[in-house]
Design a protein around this ligand. Structure first.
Ligand SMILES: Nc1ncnc2c1ncn2[C@@H]1O[C@H](COP(=O)(O)OP(=O)(O)OP(=O)(O)O)[C@@H](O)[C@H]1O
Ligand SMILES: [Mg+2]
Length: 479
Protein backbone atom coordinates (compact mmCIF):
# COMPACT_ATOMS: atom_id res chain seq x y z
CA UNK A 1 0.00 0.00 0.00
CA UNK A 2 1.43 3.42 -0.86
CA UNK A 3 2.17 5.84 1.88
CA UNK A 4 -0.40 8.21 0.47
CA UNK A 5 -3.22 5.71 0.79
CA UNK A 6 -1.98 4.71 4.24
CA UNK A 7 -2.14 8.31 5.42
CA UNK A 8 -5.49 8.86 3.79
CA UNK A 9 -6.86 5.82 5.52
CA UNK A 10 -5.79 7.01 8.93
CA UNK A 11 -8.36 8.33 11.33
CA UNK A 12 -8.04 12.06 12.03
CA UNK A 13 -6.72 11.55 15.57
CA UNK A 14 -3.93 9.33 14.32
CA UNK A 15 -2.77 11.70 11.68
CA UNK A 16 -0.66 14.03 13.70
CA UNK A 17 2.46 11.88 13.53
CA UNK A 18 4.65 14.87 14.11
CA UNK A 19 3.59 15.36 17.67
CA UNK A 20 5.86 13.77 20.23
CA UNK A 21 4.76 12.38 23.52
CA UNK A 22 5.18 15.11 26.07
CA UNK A 23 4.49 15.53 29.72
CA UNK A 24 1.88 18.06 30.74
CA UNK A 25 4.32 20.62 32.07
CA UNK A 26 6.55 20.30 29.06
CA UNK A 27 3.89 21.10 26.51
CA UNK A 28 2.95 24.53 27.80
CA UNK A 29 5.19 26.66 25.63
CA UNK A 30 4.79 24.73 22.47
CA UNK A 31 3.43 26.50 19.44
CA UNK A 32 0.58 24.86 17.55
CA UNK A 33 1.70 22.06 15.25
CA UNK A 34 0.53 24.04 12.27
CA UNK A 35 2.63 27.05 13.23
CA UNK A 36 5.62 24.72 13.55
CA UNK A 37 5.03 23.26 10.15
CA UNK A 38 4.75 26.65 8.54
CA UNK A 39 8.04 27.71 10.12
CA UNK A 40 9.68 24.51 8.94
CA UNK A 41 8.33 25.08 5.48
CA UNK A 42 9.53 28.64 5.26
CA UNK A 43 12.93 27.68 6.57
CA UNK A 44 13.30 24.90 4.07
CA UNK A 45 12.25 27.15 1.20
CA UNK A 46 14.74 29.82 2.22
CA UNK A 47 17.58 27.37 2.05
CA UNK A 48 16.79 26.00 -1.36
CA UNK A 49 19.32 26.94 -3.97
CA UNK A 50 17.89 28.77 -6.97
CA UNK A 51 17.15 26.27 -9.72
CA UNK A 52 18.87 26.57 -13.04
CA UNK A 53 16.27 26.58 -15.76
CA UNK A 54 18.56 24.87 -18.22
CA UNK A 55 19.04 21.74 -16.15
CA UNK A 56 16.35 19.29 -17.11
CA UNK A 57 17.62 16.13 -15.37
CA UNK A 58 14.86 13.99 -13.82
CA UNK A 59 16.31 14.58 -10.34
CA UNK A 60 15.97 18.33 -10.69
CA UNK A 61 12.53 18.11 -12.25
CA UNK A 62 11.52 15.91 -9.34
CA UNK A 63 12.73 18.53 -6.86
CA UNK A 64 11.27 21.35 -8.93
CA UNK A 65 7.81 19.80 -8.90
CA UNK A 66 8.10 19.23 -5.18
CA UNK A 67 9.06 22.87 -4.62
CA UNK A 68 6.21 24.14 -6.76
CA UNK A 69 3.78 21.99 -4.85
CA UNK A 70 5.25 23.27 -1.56
CA UNK A 71 4.66 26.81 -2.66
CA UNK A 72 1.14 26.15 -3.81
CA UNK A 73 0.21 24.41 -0.59
CA UNK A 74 1.47 27.37 1.42
CA UNK A 75 -0.57 29.71 -0.74
CA UNK A 76 -3.73 27.64 -0.55
CA UNK A 77 -3.62 26.86 3.14
CA UNK A 78 -5.98 29.08 5.04
CA UNK A 79 -4.91 30.69 8.32
CA UNK A 80 -6.43 28.15 10.70
CA UNK A 81 -6.54 25.15 8.42
CA UNK A 82 -4.98 21.89 9.55
CA UNK A 83 -2.33 20.44 7.30
CA UNK A 84 -4.25 17.16 7.06
CA UNK A 85 -7.12 18.90 5.30
CA UNK A 86 -4.96 19.70 2.33
CA UNK A 87 -3.34 16.28 1.91
CA UNK A 88 -6.08 14.73 -0.22
CA UNK A 89 -5.73 17.62 -2.69
CA UNK A 90 -1.99 17.37 -3.23
CA UNK A 91 -2.17 14.76 -5.96
CA UNK A 92 -4.71 16.83 -7.89
CA UNK A 93 -2.45 19.88 -7.54
CA UNK A 94 0.44 17.87 -8.95
CA UNK A 95 -1.66 16.72 -11.91
CA UNK A 96 -2.63 20.33 -12.56
CA UNK A 97 0.99 21.55 -12.50
CA UNK A 98 2.12 18.78 -14.85
CA UNK A 99 -0.78 19.59 -17.19
CA UNK A 100 0.21 23.25 -17.34
CA UNK A 101 3.97 22.75 -17.66
CA UNK A 102 4.86 20.14 -20.19
CA UNK A 103 8.55 20.08 -19.20
CA UNK A 104 7.49 17.81 -16.36
CA UNK A 105 5.84 15.24 -18.62
CA UNK A 106 7.69 11.97 -18.65
CA UNK A 107 10.37 13.49 -16.43
CA UNK A 108 8.86 12.98 -12.99
CA UNK A 109 7.30 10.17 -11.03
CA UNK A 110 4.27 12.08 -9.75
CA UNK A 111 3.32 9.50 -7.16
CA UNK A 112 6.78 9.57 -5.64
CA UNK A 113 6.83 13.35 -5.47
CA UNK A 114 3.45 13.42 -3.75
CA UNK A 115 4.40 10.63 -1.33
CA UNK A 116 7.64 12.39 -0.40
CA UNK A 117 5.88 15.67 0.13
CA UNK A 118 3.28 14.09 2.37
CA UNK A 119 6.12 12.51 4.34
CA UNK A 120 7.60 15.95 4.82
CA UNK A 121 4.29 17.41 5.85
CA UNK A 122 2.92 14.85 8.24
CA UNK A 123 5.78 12.79 9.47
CA UNK A 124 9.47 13.09 9.80
CA UNK A 125 10.42 13.88 6.23
CA UNK A 126 12.45 11.52 4.10
CA UNK A 127 12.99 9.01 6.91
CA UNK A 128 9.27 8.43 7.37
CA UNK A 129 9.23 5.27 5.21
CA UNK A 130 11.98 3.81 7.41
CA UNK A 131 9.99 4.63 10.52
CA UNK A 132 6.97 2.88 9.04
CA UNK A 133 8.95 -0.15 7.90
CA UNK A 134 8.64 -2.86 10.52
CA UNK A 135 11.82 -4.59 9.40
CA UNK A 136 13.88 -1.53 10.26
CA UNK A 137 15.00 -1.38 13.87
CA UNK A 138 17.25 1.64 13.80
CA UNK A 139 17.55 4.78 11.66
CA UNK A 140 20.74 6.82 11.50
CA UNK A 141 21.04 10.15 9.68
CA UNK A 142 24.64 11.34 9.38
CA UNK A 143 24.07 14.67 7.74
CA UNK A 144 21.87 15.19 4.68
CA UNK A 145 23.32 12.66 2.29
CA UNK A 146 24.07 9.62 4.42
CA UNK A 147 21.06 7.86 5.86
CA UNK A 148 21.68 4.40 7.26
CA UNK A 149 19.28 1.91 8.73
CA UNK A 150 19.53 -1.39 10.49
CA UNK A 151 17.41 -4.09 8.94
CA UNK A 152 17.40 -7.60 10.37
CA UNK A 153 20.54 -6.86 12.36
CA UNK A 154 22.52 -5.52 9.40
CA UNK A 155 23.54 -1.96 8.78
CA UNK A 156 22.58 -0.61 5.34
CA UNK A 157 23.23 2.67 3.55
CA UNK A 158 19.87 3.74 2.10
CA UNK A 159 19.33 5.89 -0.98
CA UNK A 160 17.35 8.38 1.07
CA UNK A 161 18.74 11.90 1.20
CA UNK A 162 17.72 15.22 2.67
CA UNK A 163 17.92 18.42 0.64
CA UNK A 164 20.52 20.05 2.87
CA UNK A 165 21.49 20.61 6.49
CA UNK A 166 18.44 22.78 7.14
CA UNK A 167 16.15 20.02 5.96
CA UNK A 168 17.64 17.63 8.55
CA UNK A 169 17.44 20.38 11.17
CA UNK A 170 13.78 20.93 10.42
CA UNK A 171 13.05 17.25 11.10
CA UNK A 172 15.05 17.33 14.34
CA UNK A 173 13.18 20.43 15.44
CA UNK A 174 9.89 18.79 14.61
CA UNK A 175 10.84 15.93 16.94
CA UNK A 176 12.16 17.92 19.87
CA UNK A 177 9.98 21.05 19.89
CA UNK A 178 6.79 19.38 21.12
CA UNK A 179 8.54 18.08 24.23
CA UNK A 180 9.75 21.54 25.13
CA UNK A 181 13.38 20.90 24.20
CA UNK A 182 15.50 23.04 22.01
CA UNK A 183 18.40 22.29 19.73
CA UNK A 184 20.78 25.03 18.71
CA UNK A 185 24.40 26.03 19.09
CA UNK A 186 24.08 26.53 22.83
CA UNK A 187 22.43 23.13 23.40
CA UNK A 188 23.62 21.04 20.48
CA UNK A 189 22.70 17.58 21.82
CA UNK A 190 19.27 16.36 22.75
CA UNK A 191 17.46 13.16 23.69
CA UNK A 192 13.82 12.81 22.81
CA UNK A 193 11.18 10.28 22.08
CA UNK A 194 8.73 9.80 19.21
CA UNK A 195 5.05 9.37 20.04
CA UNK A 196 5.37 5.60 19.64
CA UNK A 197 8.15 5.43 22.25
CA UNK A 198 11.10 5.25 19.85
CA UNK A 199 14.28 6.64 21.37
CA UNK A 200 15.86 9.62 19.59
CA UNK A 201 19.22 11.32 19.91
CA UNK A 202 20.21 14.38 17.90
CA UNK A 203 23.53 16.15 17.78
CA UNK A 204 24.33 19.06 15.47
CA UNK A 205 27.31 21.07 14.23
CA UNK A 206 29.73 22.31 15.43
CA UNK A 207 29.86 19.13 17.53
CA UNK A 208 28.77 16.84 14.69
CA UNK A 209 31.15 17.35 11.82
CA UNK A 210 29.05 15.51 9.19
CA UNK A 211 26.12 17.82 9.71
CA UNK A 212 23.01 17.40 11.87
CA UNK A 213 22.99 13.79 13.05
CA UNK A 214 19.97 11.86 14.17
CA UNK A 215 19.81 8.37 15.67
CA UNK A 216 16.49 6.66 16.22
CA UNK A 217 16.13 3.31 18.01
CA UNK A 218 12.68 2.18 17.01
CA UNK A 219 10.34 0.98 19.67
CA UNK A 220 9.40 -2.58 19.08
CA UNK A 221 5.60 -2.84 19.18
CA UNK A 222 5.86 -6.52 19.59
CA UNK A 223 8.85 -7.14 21.86
CA UNK A 224 10.90 -10.28 21.46
CA UNK A 225 10.01 -13.17 23.72
CA UNK A 226 12.27 -15.88 25.06
CA UNK A 227 11.04 -18.15 22.27
CA UNK A 228 12.10 -15.57 19.69
CA UNK A 229 15.55 -15.32 21.21
CA UNK A 230 15.92 -19.11 21.21
CA UNK A 231 14.77 -19.22 17.62
CA UNK A 232 17.26 -16.49 16.60
CA UNK A 233 20.01 -18.55 18.24
CA UNK A 234 20.73 -15.85 20.83
CA UNK A 235 20.64 -18.54 23.47
CA UNK A 236 19.73 -22.22 23.77
CA UNK A 237 16.63 -23.64 25.42
CA UNK A 238 18.88 -24.93 28.22
CA UNK A 239 20.31 -21.47 28.84
CA UNK A 240 16.77 -20.08 28.85
CA UNK A 241 15.70 -22.66 31.40
CA UNK A 242 18.68 -21.76 33.56
CA UNK A 243 18.00 -18.00 33.38
CA UNK A 244 14.33 -18.51 34.15
CA UNK A 245 15.36 -20.46 37.25
CA UNK A 246 17.83 -17.73 38.30
CA UNK A 247 15.14 -15.06 38.10
CA UNK A 248 12.53 -17.17 39.89
CA UNK A 249 15.06 -18.03 42.64
CA UNK A 250 15.61 -14.29 43.22
CA UNK A 251 19.22 -14.16 42.16
CA UNK A 252 20.60 -10.77 41.15
CA UNK A 253 21.28 -10.86 37.44
CA UNK A 254 23.29 -8.32 35.48
CA UNK A 255 23.23 -8.12 31.68
CA UNK A 256 26.45 -6.75 30.24
CA UNK A 257 27.20 -5.87 26.62
CA UNK A 258 28.21 -3.29 24.06
CA UNK A 259 26.00 -0.68 22.42
CA UNK A 260 23.06 -2.20 20.61
CA UNK A 261 24.08 -5.73 21.60
CA UNK A 262 20.56 -6.50 22.82
CA UNK A 263 20.92 -5.83 26.56
CA UNK A 264 17.55 -4.14 26.97
CA UNK A 265 15.84 -6.86 24.94
CA UNK A 266 17.33 -9.56 27.16
CA UNK A 267 16.47 -7.59 30.28
CA UNK A 268 12.90 -7.38 29.08
CA UNK A 269 12.75 -11.12 28.52
CA UNK A 270 14.27 -11.80 31.95
CA UNK A 271 11.88 -9.39 33.64
CA UNK A 272 9.00 -11.28 32.14
CA UNK A 273 10.18 -14.36 34.09
CA UNK A 274 9.30 -12.58 37.35
CA UNK A 275 6.20 -14.17 38.90
CA UNK A 276 3.00 -12.24 38.39
CA UNK A 277 2.30 -11.72 42.10
CA UNK A 278 5.38 -9.59 42.74
CA UNK A 279 5.59 -5.81 42.76
CA UNK A 280 8.12 -4.67 40.17
CA UNK A 281 9.63 -1.19 39.99
CA UNK A 282 11.42 -0.40 36.73
CA UNK A 283 13.87 2.50 36.43
CA UNK A 284 15.03 3.75 33.05
CA UNK A 285 16.32 6.79 31.22
CA UNK A 286 13.79 6.27 28.46
CA UNK A 287 11.07 3.74 29.19
CA UNK A 288 11.79 0.84 26.85
CA UNK A 289 10.81 -2.16 28.96
CA UNK A 290 7.47 -3.75 28.25
CA UNK A 291 6.48 -6.12 31.00
CA UNK A 292 3.56 -8.45 30.88
CA UNK A 293 2.91 -8.51 34.64
CA UNK A 294 0.06 -6.59 36.24
CA UNK A 295 1.89 -5.00 39.14
CA UNK A 296 4.54 -2.83 37.52
CA UNK A 297 5.55 0.71 38.47
CA UNK A 298 7.62 2.34 35.72
CA UNK A 299 9.89 5.26 36.58
CA UNK A 300 11.75 7.40 34.11
CA UNK A 301 14.61 9.80 34.81
CA UNK A 302 14.46 13.40 33.63
CA UNK A 303 17.19 15.52 32.06
CA UNK A 304 17.65 19.10 33.21
CA UNK A 305 15.41 21.70 31.60
CA UNK A 306 16.64 24.57 29.44
CA UNK A 307 17.84 26.46 32.53
CA UNK A 308 19.78 23.39 33.60
CA UNK A 309 17.45 22.66 36.53
CA UNK A 310 15.05 19.95 37.63
CA UNK A 311 17.00 16.88 36.61
CA UNK A 312 16.11 13.58 38.28
CA UNK A 313 18.84 10.99 37.89
CA UNK A 314 18.69 7.21 37.81
CA UNK A 315 20.36 7.35 41.23
CA UNK A 316 17.54 9.51 42.64
CA UNK A 317 15.04 7.01 41.29
CA UNK A 318 16.90 3.98 42.68
CA UNK A 319 16.89 5.61 46.12
CA UNK A 320 13.25 6.50 45.82
CA UNK A 321 12.30 3.03 44.66
CA UNK A 322 13.59 1.54 47.92
CA UNK A 323 10.79 3.36 49.70
CA UNK A 324 8.20 1.94 47.35
CA UNK A 325 8.11 -1.57 48.77
CA UNK A 326 9.46 -3.23 45.66
CA UNK A 327 9.70 -6.99 45.39
CA UNK A 328 11.97 -6.48 42.42
CA UNK A 329 13.92 -3.54 41.09
CA UNK A 330 14.75 -3.54 37.39
CA UNK A 331 17.26 -0.90 36.26
CA UNK A 332 17.44 -0.23 32.52
CA UNK A 333 21.10 0.73 32.50
CA UNK A 334 23.57 1.37 35.31
CA UNK A 335 26.23 3.78 34.22
CA UNK A 336 27.16 5.98 37.15
CA UNK A 337 26.94 6.55 40.85
CA UNK A 338 23.63 4.65 41.08
CA UNK A 339 25.78 1.50 41.02
CA UNK A 340 26.51 2.01 44.74
CA UNK A 341 22.84 2.30 45.68
CA UNK A 342 21.97 -0.66 43.51
CA UNK A 343 24.65 -2.86 45.10
CA UNK A 344 23.63 -1.79 48.58
CA UNK A 345 20.01 -2.57 47.79
CA UNK A 346 20.93 -5.97 46.40
CA UNK A 347 22.96 -6.69 49.54
CA UNK A 348 20.24 -5.61 51.91
CA UNK A 349 17.30 -7.70 51.05
CA UNK A 350 16.31 -6.41 47.63
CA UNK A 351 17.38 -9.57 45.95
CA UNK A 352 16.08 -10.72 42.63
CA UNK A 353 17.00 -7.44 41.02
CA UNK A 354 17.92 -7.09 37.37
CA UNK A 355 20.02 -4.50 35.57
CA UNK A 356 22.20 -3.92 32.53
CA UNK A 357 25.53 -2.20 31.97
CA UNK A 358 27.92 -1.40 29.19
CA UNK A 359 30.98 -3.60 28.91
CA UNK A 360 32.83 -6.15 26.84
CA UNK A 361 33.17 -9.03 29.26
CA UNK A 362 31.95 -10.08 32.70
CA UNK A 363 35.40 -9.29 34.15
CA UNK A 364 35.32 -5.85 32.55
CA UNK A 365 31.81 -5.30 33.92
CA UNK A 366 33.07 -5.90 37.43
CA UNK A 367 35.90 -3.40 36.89
CA UNK A 368 33.44 -0.86 35.55
CA UNK A 369 31.13 -1.30 38.50
CA UNK A 370 34.08 -0.57 40.76
CA UNK A 371 34.72 2.68 38.92
CA UNK A 372 31.04 3.59 39.02
CA UNK A 373 30.93 3.10 42.79
CA UNK A 374 33.89 5.46 43.12
CA UNK A 375 31.85 8.04 41.17
CA UNK A 376 29.35 8.05 44.02
CA UNK A 377 31.91 10.07 45.96
CA UNK A 378 32.04 7.71 48.94
CA UNK A 379 35.51 6.89 50.20
CA UNK A 380 35.49 3.11 50.16
CA UNK A 381 38.57 0.91 49.97
CA UNK A 382 38.69 -1.18 46.79
CA UNK A 383 38.37 -4.39 48.81
CA UNK A 384 35.12 -3.16 50.37
CA UNK A 385 33.75 -2.28 46.94
CA UNK A 386 34.66 -5.74 45.65
CA UNK A 387 32.94 -7.30 48.63
CA UNK A 388 29.83 -5.35 47.80
CA UNK A 389 29.95 -6.44 44.15
CA UNK A 390 30.71 -10.09 44.91
CA UNK A 391 27.99 -10.18 47.55
CA UNK A 392 25.41 -8.47 45.38
CA UNK A 393 25.68 -9.89 41.89
CA UNK A 394 25.09 -13.57 41.29
CA UNK A 395 25.04 -13.91 37.53
CA UNK A 396 26.42 -11.85 34.64
CA UNK A 397 25.00 -12.41 31.19
CA UNK A 398 27.37 -11.22 28.48
CA UNK A 399 25.60 -10.12 25.33
CA UNK A 400 27.32 -9.44 22.03
CA UNK A 401 26.55 -8.34 18.50
CA UNK A 402 28.63 -10.51 16.21
CA UNK A 403 30.12 -9.30 12.94
CA UNK A 404 27.30 -10.88 10.91
CA UNK A 405 24.73 -8.81 12.82
CA UNK A 406 23.39 -11.59 15.02
CA UNK A 407 23.06 -11.06 18.75
CA UNK A 408 24.29 -13.75 21.08
CA UNK A 409 24.53 -14.38 24.75
CA UNK A 410 28.21 -15.25 24.60
CA UNK A 411 28.60 -16.02 28.28
CA UNK A 412 26.57 -16.74 31.35
CA UNK A 413 28.93 -16.33 34.25
CA UNK A 414 28.51 -16.96 37.96
CA UNK A 415 30.02 -14.47 40.40
CA UNK A 416 31.24 -16.93 43.01
CA UNK A 417 32.68 -14.62 45.63
CA UNK A 418 35.84 -12.93 46.77
CA UNK A 419 39.11 -14.77 47.16
CA UNK A 420 41.67 -12.45 48.66
CA UNK A 421 41.32 -9.32 46.56
CA UNK A 422 39.97 -11.04 43.49
CA UNK A 423 36.37 -11.61 42.49
CA UNK A 424 36.04 -15.19 41.31
CA UNK A 425 34.04 -15.65 38.13
CA UNK A 426 32.99 -19.01 36.71
CA UNK A 427 31.52 -19.38 33.22
CA UNK A 428 28.50 -21.68 33.14
CA UNK A 429 27.72 -21.29 29.41
CA UNK A 430 29.93 -19.92 26.63
CA UNK A 431 29.80 -19.36 22.90
CA UNK A 432 32.40 -21.11 20.82
CA UNK A 433 32.92 -19.59 17.41
CA UNK A 434 33.92 -22.25 14.91
CA UNK A 435 34.14 -20.40 11.62
CA UNK A 436 32.35 -18.30 9.04
CA UNK A 437 30.28 -19.74 6.19
CA UNK A 438 30.44 -18.60 2.56
CA UNK A 439 27.72 -15.97 3.13
CA UNK A 440 29.64 -14.40 6.00
CA UNK A 441 27.42 -15.96 8.64
CA UNK A 442 29.27 -16.90 11.78
CA UNK A 443 29.12 -20.53 12.76
CA UNK A 444 29.46 -21.46 16.39
CA UNK A 445 27.98 -23.31 19.33
CA UNK A 446 26.53 -22.21 22.63
CA UNK A 447 27.72 -24.76 25.12
CA UNK A 448 27.66 -25.39 28.83
CA UNK A 449 31.12 -25.45 30.37
CA UNK A 450 30.28 -28.53 32.38
CA UNK A 451 30.48 -26.66 35.67
CA UNK A 452 27.41 -26.53 37.86
CA UNK A 453 26.95 -23.16 39.55
CA UNK A 454 27.66 -22.93 43.26
CA UNK A 455 24.11 -21.75 43.81
CA UNK A 456 22.71 -24.95 42.32
CA UNK A 457 21.71 -26.11 45.79
CA UNK A 458 20.07 -22.74 46.47
CA UNK A 459 17.98 -23.29 43.35
CA UNK A 460 16.95 -26.72 44.59
CA UNK A 461 16.01 -25.42 48.04
CA UNK A 462 13.85 -22.78 46.32
CA UNK A 463 12.01 -25.71 44.80
CA UNK A 464 13.49 -25.13 41.35
CA UNK A 465 14.86 -28.26 39.82
CA UNK A 466 17.04 -28.05 36.77
CA UNK A 467 18.22 -31.31 35.25
CA UNK A 468 21.98 -31.73 35.65
CA UNK A 469 22.21 -32.39 31.92
CA UNK A 470 21.58 -28.66 31.32
CA UNK A 471 25.13 -28.04 32.50
CA UNK A 472 26.70 -30.72 30.34
CA UNK A 473 27.61 -30.45 26.69
CA UNK A 474 25.64 -32.96 24.62
CA UNK A 475 28.94 -34.46 23.52
CA UNK A 476 29.75 -35.24 27.16
CA UNK A 477 26.39 -36.85 27.96
CA UNK A 478 26.82 -40.33 29.38
CA UNK A 479 25.94 -42.92 26.77
N1 LIG B 1 18.59 -11.39 20.43
C1 LIG B 1 18.36 -10.54 19.43
N2 LIG B 1 18.30 -10.98 18.17
C2 LIG B 1 18.07 -10.12 17.16
N3 LIG B 1 17.90 -8.79 17.32
C3 LIG B 1 17.95 -8.30 18.55
C4 LIG B 1 18.19 -9.15 19.67
N4 LIG B 1 18.21 -8.39 20.78
C5 LIG B 1 17.99 -7.13 20.38
N5 LIG B 1 17.83 -7.06 19.05
C6 LIG B 1 17.61 -5.85 18.25
O1 LIG B 1 18.79 -5.09 18.37
C7 LIG B 1 18.51 -3.72 18.59
C8 LIG B 1 19.18 -3.27 19.88
O2 LIG B 1 18.60 -3.96 20.96
P1 LIG B 1 18.60 -3.40 22.44
O3 LIG B 1 17.93 -2.09 22.52
O4 LIG B 1 18.08 -4.49 23.28
O5 LIG B 1 20.16 -3.21 22.66
P2 LIG B 1 20.94 -2.49 23.84
O6 LIG B 1 22.17 -3.29 24.06
O7 LIG B 1 20.05 -2.28 25.00
O8 LIG B 1 21.29 -1.12 23.15
P3 LIG B 1 21.82 0.24 23.87
O9 LIG B 1 23.24 0.01 24.22
O10 LIG B 1 21.71 1.26 22.77
O11 LIG B 1 20.92 0.50 25.02
C9 LIG B 1 17.00 -3.61 18.63
O12 LIG B 1 16.59 -3.15 17.39
C10 LIG B 1 16.52 -5.02 18.87
O13 LIG B 1 15.29 -5.26 18.25
MG1 LIG C 1 19.53 -0.57 26.04
Amino acid sequence: MSLLSRIQEKKPEQKNDSSVEATQEETQDVASPKKDLMAVFRESRKSEAPKKKTNQSPVNKHQELKNLLHKQILQEMKEDEEIEAIIPNIDAMAIEIIKEDETFRGKVDRKRVVDELINDLTGFGPINPLLLDEDVSEVMVNGPSHVYCERKGKLELTNITFRDHEHVMSVIEKIVAPIGRRIDESSPMVDARLPDGSRVNAIIPPLALNGPTLTIRKFSKDPFTIDDLIQFGTLTAEMAMFLDACVKARLNVFVSGGTGSGKTTTLNVLSNFIPNDERIVTIEDAAELQLGQEHVVSLESRPPNIEGKGSISIRDLVRNSLRMRPDRIVIGEVRGSEALDMLQAMNTGHDGSLATGHSNSPRDMIARLETMVLLAGVELPVKAIREQIAGAIDVIIQQSRLKDGTRKIVKITEVQGLEGDVIVLQDIFTYQQEGVDERGKIIGRLIPTGVRPKFYEQLETSGINIPVSVFLDEEDWPV
